[in-house]
Design a protein around this ligand. Structure first.
Ligand code: HEC
Length: 213
């Protein structure tokens, strides 16, 4: 079976994950908190740490799985693996870290209809897209939302997902005919092609429940 993606194109992906996963948290807002507010702040920091750890676990495991599937069977086989294993990995990470998480596409550009942006995800995605249009790296965009959350939610986080060379086999502008056919069969309304390296592909989102404190 032909491997459409050269191995060397995949190798930088691993390094990029490690970087994107732990870099560039926004600087904490200047705090005027009194001593009495300190416990609330500490709880908020613990929630953010939990969200970051879950995001890192999910993206690392999904990437390893995708990379392994690409090496073993090429992109057509990897399409099925991606579809079946991404939710399984998400479920496992959610149980381990006691959070909810998933992936979302930039508005109007999703492959799986279940990955369309929810209302609360649109403002961060718009902000990420503006920053990327101004030249900021897509994978370094992070939003931590602590205010105006629904009951039972302590914190939400989103992290930008960059389009990398290894993504183009299935999300780029020139797909191999067998990849195109496999995607069309499974995703008749696929809007997730036409991306270039560096584009904002979407975001990883994490929701920490209040009970997790
Ligand atoms: C082997 C083909 C393949 C490769 C390579 C691939 N993807 Fe995907 N991608 C898919 C499929 C298939 C889905 C839909 C999965 C599902 O049904 O849940 C998807 C979905 C996504 C989603 C969720 C949003 C949506 O549109 O459904 C994001 C984000 C994403 N991919 C990013 C990436 C990034 C970033 C890379 C490179 C690091 C990448 N993908 C590489 C096939 C691929």
């Amino acid at each position: 079976m032909t491997l459409h993606l050269p191995l060397r194109a995949l190798l930088p992906l691993l390094a990029a994950t490690a970087l994107a996963a732990c870099a560039h948290e926004p600087a904490p807002a200047a705090s005027t908190a009194s001593a009495a507010a300190a416990p609330a702040q500490a709880a908020g920091d613990a929630d953010a740490t939990r969200a970051r750890a879950a995001a890192m676990a999910f993206s690392t495991r999904l990437r390893e799985r995708l990379q392994g599937a690409m090496q073993a069977g090429g992109p057509v086989a990897a399409i099925g693996v991606c579809h079946d294993d991404a939710p399984r990995i998400a479920a496992d990470v959610m149980a381990t870290h006691d959070v909810r998480l998933g992936r979302v596409a930039v508005p109007g550009r999703n492959r799986n209809p279940g990955h369309a942006a929810a209302d609360w995800q649109r403002a961060p995605l718009d902000a990420f897209a503006r920053a990327v249009a101004d030249g900021a790296p897509a994978g370094e965009q992070v939003a931590v939302i602590r205010d105006g959350l629904p009951d039972g939610v302590a914190l939400r986080m989103m992290r930008g997902i960059a389009t990398e060379p290894g993504c183009l086999a299935c999300h780029g502008s020139h797909l191999a005919p067998d990849v195109q056919a496999a995607l069309a069969a499974r995703y008749p309304d696929d809007d997730a092609t036409g991306f270039s390296v560096g584009d904002l592909r979407g975001a990883l989102w994490v929701e920490v429940p209040a009970a997790a404190r």
